[in-house]
Design a protein around this ligand. Structure first.
Ligand code: BGC
Length: 923
């Protein structure tokens, strides 16, 4: 009996337990059903960066799960000085304890003061809304660089075989004359002993213009064209490597090969880099710090005990190319046993004037190797390799032949009708016979593989002459070289032309980022500010390039004059303050940090540069007449109609002022927020007074003028509809063709879409007759062109914002300006024209966002992924709100979906994280 009672009690107990579990599961169903976790740990936007000199590095993470309604309510970060401490859960540098916060992005380190050379290991765990704590993340790390100039014990070394010219006489010469003589790239070496057991070893190196670092016969790391270009009078970047595993007990050897890069530009071209005040022979500063297991340290620094000699790079010029004589190689020069008795002592030099900073951005790397699609011989002995893709980088050749045989490679993006290489357009400005030309002289000892080190080119075709015998397709490969940002976004749709434009934009962006954004990878390689800001938003959708922009903003800081003036190009040797600038270009300084705030929630960059932004706006105020700014370049490369510069310049003046006012507000500077807010309103009024002609017409009624007024937010609300109608009428009148330059191309598509006319913008985008993107695509373009006729450079990024427009309007993934950094995502896809599907993914700072829609049996199906800790406001095109399903339920009844409103033919919902599938009755 007792037993029976016991059994029935157990039965009830089990039942109760099951009931509780099911209940809990069901309750979880209302919110999340799994534990949160933390992945993708980043520090200053980078994965495990080395050599930081930011005293409060910012930490971020996100959860890659796609569970619904994942919400972090608290976090705990541990930072430890050793792996062991972190493993033991000891945050001996920083233990935040449990912090109530849903933040996952850019949390500034606030632990013990960080020291030079310090290694920091960190991990994080988070709590969800039920108070459940996640497991600790995998550990990540960063290391500190050299925070104090006095800790740089090394000397700057340079090497030139001493000439007969006395140094005083050399000083008297102009910079150009002084460096007229071209000398081979130097090699430096140093042998040292490792006597005890090594705990850790790091090299800190700044080799200007570019360096290749070697240790015990091998290349250290995989960076190329390092460090990134800066104004060397203001700053130079050092790079940190962990070489713990490359040291051996006993003798070791460091070897460094230097190239000219941007330090010693030998070329006469309009921008005067050959006369840069920083110009000097290549130079090296290096420090190797070894920490032994017994706690002692050893420092190997660049000093008078090093040896130097000329190397096999006979000549290199960033614009002309690299010439390499393999017969001059000295095998083993970077190993301990090498006989360097004939080597000289290097010269100890003053070094550049700038301040050393850690390089906190992805380095340039060889990203991809491409096999040519064809090989032709348009003239006897002249071979043309076609890569089938316009790329930034160089050719790698594979050859065997007699010693002394010279192979010459010329790079270009066009062929003459007879199939030979056409460099005309890209060679335009450079007054040197050679342009984008490399050469290689064979050693003659079997198969030789070579690629240049200290230059890069923009090209699709490589002309090869001097090859011993006939090359085959395997004699050459194209190597794609650019800043090694990760791809962040993927876009594709049912329209093949748009997919091709997306492809062209991705490649033009890759082609135009080599430590700083450029206009083109061949003709100029200049950091044109206008091109850069026009391309930033698409750059952010497509690539993780936040750290690189952060670096470039420092470059802009360096170039701003006391007056507030900015040059057209950054870095600059001083060129660009007289011509090539103006608000449409200079506003990169205000706009790009603002984009970083919008896309990543980055407030630090705003605070750091705020005073400089103000200085820039004040500078424009000084240039304005009755609030109208007429200085600077206007809508560059217009299709047909030219728009007065004052329209676009005043447009940027207004936007910069609005942004300064908003930043002041964010920083709690109320008075300044009001001051600049009031100024902005005066500019807006003046703009309308000067340019608005009534009936929706601005200035010369061009697409650029009208869309500028709309895009920059200058139009009086009551006139907006008329202006939109006028713009649409203009576009129709031009047969749905774009009639803008680079500025207007961004305004036009965005302002049409913003004002409910994505249909019109779409017709422009898919048009394939002149002028338009489609014409380029039809011509087989693999990158974006500089001008609509396609007569100039074939690889410019300035027209690239169209890709951001794909993400924003076709896929509908948009920043919510009031919840920056995609804390709340707006997903507002526009099914337009003949599109039947669109798929886009974007890895934001908070995780992967996905918007993929298709039209199926008159139904609109939208699959969405919202990352953990985020919400989305979703706009579903539908006949009626009650005709929308999510999964198999009425949308407003579905878990985690809240109906907000019906707006302009769209049903609007608020959703939490997770995967959702909305279906609406559409047509
Ligand atoms: C560049 C452009 C740049 C322009 C400004 C050109 O030579 O290639 O992209 O913005 O100059 O004047």
């Amino acid at each position: 009996m007792k037993k029976l009672k016991y059994l029935s009690l157990s039965f009830y107990a089990c039942f109760f337990l099951l009931y509780c579990v099911l209940g809990a599961v069901q309750a979880w169903g209302q919110s999340s059903s799994g534990l949160l976790s933390c992945q993708e740990l980043r520090c200053e936007y980078l994965t495990n960066p080395l050599g930081l000199d930011v005293l409060q590095p910012r930490l971020s993470w996100f959860d890659t799960s796609t569970e619904r309604a994942q919400k972090q309510t608290a976090y705990q970060i541990l930072v430890a000085g050793s792996r062991e401490s972190l493993q033991a859960d000891k945050g001996d540098l920083w233990d935040t304890g449990k912090v109530d916060s849903d933040e996952t992005v850019n949390i500034p380190y606030a632990g013990k003061a960080l020291q030079s050379y310090q290694h920091c290991y960190w991990k994080v765990r988070v709590w969800d809304e039920h108070g459940k704590v996640s497991t600790w993340s995998e550990s990540a790390w960063w290391s500190m660089g050299i925070l104090d100039r006095s800790l740089w014990q090394g000397k700057w070394l340079s090497y030139e075989k001493l000439s007969k010219t006395p140094p005083e006489e050399q000083k008297a010469k102009s910079i150009v004359e002084k460096f007229q003589k071209r000398v081979p790239g130097p090699l430096f070496r140093k042998v040292f002993d490792v006597t005890k057991q090594v705990q850790s070893a790091s090299v800190y190196i700044c080799g200007l213009g570019y360096y290749e670092l070697r240790l015990n016969g091998g290349k250290v790391g995989d960076h190329v064209l390092d460090p990134a270009f800066t104004n060397y009078d203001k700053r130079e970047l050092y790079v940190t490597y962990d070489v713990t595993d490359s040291l051996v007990s006993g003798q070791n050897a460091l070897g460094v090969m230097l190239g000219n890069g941007w330090l010693n530009v030998p070329t006469d071209a309009p921008w005067n880099f050959n006369a840069a005040s920083w110009r000097a022979r290549p130079m090296l500063l290096l420090q190797l710090r070894i920490v032994y297991k017994d706690g002692s340290t050893q420092m190997i620094t660049s000093d008078g005990t090093w040896k130097a000699a000329y190397g096999p790079v006979v000549q290199d010029g960033i614009r002309e190319g690299e010439h390499y004589d393999a017969r001059r190689e000295q095998p083993g020069w970077d190993k301990p046993g090498f006989n360097d008795a004939s080597w000289d002592k290097p010269q100890i030099v003053a070094g550049p004037k700038g301040v050393l900073h850690g390089q906190i951005m992805p380095p340039i790397k060889v990203i991809q190797t491409i096999t040519p699609v064809s090989l032709t011989e348009p003239k006897p002995g002249v071979f043309i390799f076609d890569l089938g893709q316009n790329i930034p980088g160089w050719a790698q050749i594979k050859v065997s032949g007699p010693a002394g045989q010279k192979i010459t490679l010329r790079y270009g993006e066009r062929l003459y009708p007879d199939g030979t290489l056409d460099q005309k357009e890209i060679h335009l400005h450079v007054k040197d016979k050679n342009f984008q030309t490399d050469s290689y002289i064979l050693r003659g000892d079997g198969v030789e593989v070579w690629q240049p080190r200290f230059v890069y080119h923009g090209f699709q075709y490589v002309e090869m002459t001097g090859f011993p015998g006939k090359p085959t397709i395997d004699s050459l490969r194209g190597q794609v070289v650019h800043t090694s940002f990760q791809q962040a976004g993927y876009f594709s749709c049912s329209n093949a032309l748009l997919n091709q434009i997306q492809h062209m934009t991705l490649w033009s962006y890759r082609g135009n980022f080599h430590g700083y954004p450029t206009d083109c990878p061949h003709r100029e390689k200049n950091g044109w500010m206008g091109d850069a800001h026009l391309a930033t938003e698409q750059g952010m959708y497509n690539f993780q390039n936040e750290a690189s922009y952060t670096k470039w903003m420092n470059d802009l800081w360096d170039e701003q004059r006391e007056t507030g003036a900015m040059p057209g190009i950054v870095p600059t040797p001083g060129w660009g303050y007289q011509w090539g600038n103006g608000p449409a270009w200079d506003s990169a300084y205000v706009l790009i940090p603002w984009y970083l705030y919008q896309y990543c929630g980055d407030t630090r960059i705003l605070a750091r540069h705020y005073d400089r932004f103000k200085r820039y706006v004040d500078y424009l105020t000084g240039k304005a007449k009755d609030h109208i700014v007429s200085i600077g370049l206007g809508d560059w490369m217009p299709a047909k109609t030219k728009t007065p510069e004052a329209v676009t310049s005043t447009g940027y003046y207004y936007v910069d002022t609005v942004i300064v006012s908003k930043i002041a507000g964010l920083l709690g500077k109320t008075e300044e927020a009001e001051k600049y807010g009031a100024l902005a309103e005066e500019i807006r009024k003046a703009f309308n007074k000067t340019f608005y002609k009534g009936n929706g017409i601005y200035a010369n009624d061009s697409q650029t003028a009208l869309s500028c007024a709309l895009f920059q937010g200058l139009v009086n609300p009551q006139e907006k509809e008329k202006v939109v109608d006028q713009l649409v009428a203009n576009v129709k009148q031009q047969g749905y063709h774009i009639d803008t330059g680079i500025l207007g191309s961004k305004y036009l598509l965005n302002s049409l879409a913003d004002n409910g006319r994505t249909d019109v913008a779409y017709r422009i985008a898919v048009g394939d007759t002149f002028p338009g993107y489609g014409v380029w695509a039809r011509q087989g373009a693999t990158t974006l062109f500089e001008d609509w006729p396609g007569a100039k450079s074939l690889n410019h990024i300035a027209f690239g914002d169209i890709s951001a427009w794909f993400y924003k309007y076709l896929a509908g993934i948009q920043v919510n300006p009031t919840r920056p950094g995609f804390k709340n995502i707006i997903i507002k896809p526009e099914p337009v024209g003949d599109l039947t599907w669109v798929r886009a993914e974007y890895e934001s700072v908070r995780g992967r966002i996905r918007s993929a829609w298709r039209i199926e049996d008159k139904k609109f199906v939208l699959d969405i992924t919202v990352p953990a800790n985020c919400t989305a406001t979703v706009y579903i095109p539908a006949q009626k709100a009650d005709k929308v399903l999510e999964g198999d339920k009425a949308a407003d009844k579905s878990v985690g979906v809240k109906f907000l409103r019906w707006e302009g033919g769209k049903s609007v919902y608020e959703i939490g994280s997770g995967e959702f599938s909305f279906i609406s009755q559409y047509k």
